[in-house]
Design a protein around this ligand. Structure first.
Ligand code: GLU
Length: 274
């Protein structure tokens, strides 16, 4: 990012000193006056870009708090969409400082990125149309049309163990699955209960869908960051601990999950250190 800025400045004929100014300043977040953070744009209650261009959700509140602790005001945050399949690439390329996007910590991902956290424990569940009675457990999906998202643990779990014979469609985002569930292209949508609760609670969806209420996996959400950046990881872990202690975590949970009637697990212990 810094290199890019510098080279653009030079290429456009600015003096070297100006280019250096553009990279200068050693704010605690990494020496830039803005911070770019990856979130979801289509998950109400978790990470959502609203029709009037605002950003809301639990991940947005968590990320804003972390940014503040790193020395950035809310106005200095640039939100970037981080679809499930793109998160590792965005982090590796330095397109974002960190990702807060319903991002489960696991070993496969840790081969490419590092995590701070966890900051929420979600569980995989199923969303079906309100009148559905034939789907009550994961195995019921084996002859059904199921939608999930490419690059997610939800899709991977279906293929690996939950229902390998399901007719699984992998969309770019969960909101695409929701449209297909409503118009009967799919029989079910699977991902974390935290995300599904947000969809079911949307005003325009009221009475249309229901969560089956299963706990098919553990999904500890982490803040994704550049692999091996233990300095940033330590700072973010500290911010997350402070957030729990000062009551902000509880406040963010109530504000974002309360309206969806989502019964979250208690705050998890911060454990990511390498
Ligand atoms: N938490 C799961 C994951 O990280 C599912 C939600 C998502 O795709 O963002 O893959």
């Amino acid at each position: 990012m810094k290199l890019h800025k510098a080279s653009v400045a030079i290429a456009t004929g600015l003096t070297l000193s100006l280019a250096l100014t553009a990279c200068g300043g050693s704010g605690s977040g990494g020496g830039d006056d803005k911070i770019t953070i990856g979130i979801k744009f289509d998950q109400p209650g978790v990470g959502l870009k609203t029709s009037d261009g605002k950003f809301t959700g639990f991940d947005v509140d968590i990320a804003t708090y972390i940014a503040k602790e790193l020395g950035y005001e809310a106005k200095d945050i640039e939100w970037k969409q981080a679809p499930s399949a793109d998160r590792e690439t965005l982090i590796r390329n330095g397109d974002v400082k960190f990702v807060a996007a319903s991002y489960t910590i696991n070993d496969k991902r840790k081969a490419q990125v590092s995590f701070a956290g966890p900051y929420l424990m979600a569980h995989q569940d199923l969303l079906v149309r309100a009148g559905e009675t034939a789907i009550t457990k994961a195995e019921d999906l084996n002859d059904k049309k199921l939608c999930s998202v490419a690059g997610s643990t939800s899709a991977q779990n279906v293929k690996d163990k939950l229902a390998p014979k399901a007719d699984l469609q992998q969309a770019g985002g969960y909101s695409e699955c929701l449209t297909g569930l409503e118009n009967k292209t799919y029989d079910a949508l699977t991902t974390d209960n935290s995300i599904l609760a947000g969809y079911a609670a949307q005003k325009e969806h009221q009475g249309k869908f229901k969560l089956v209420g299963l706990s098919l996996s553990d999904e500890p959400y982490g803040i994704g960051l550049k692999k091996g950046d233990t300095e940033l990881q330590g700072k973010i872990n500290k911010a997350l601990e402070k957030m729990q202690k000062d009551g902000s975590w509880e406040k963010f949970v109530k504000a974002n999950f309360g309206p969806a009637n989502y019964k979250n697990d208690p705050a998890p212990a911060i454990a990511e250190t390498s």
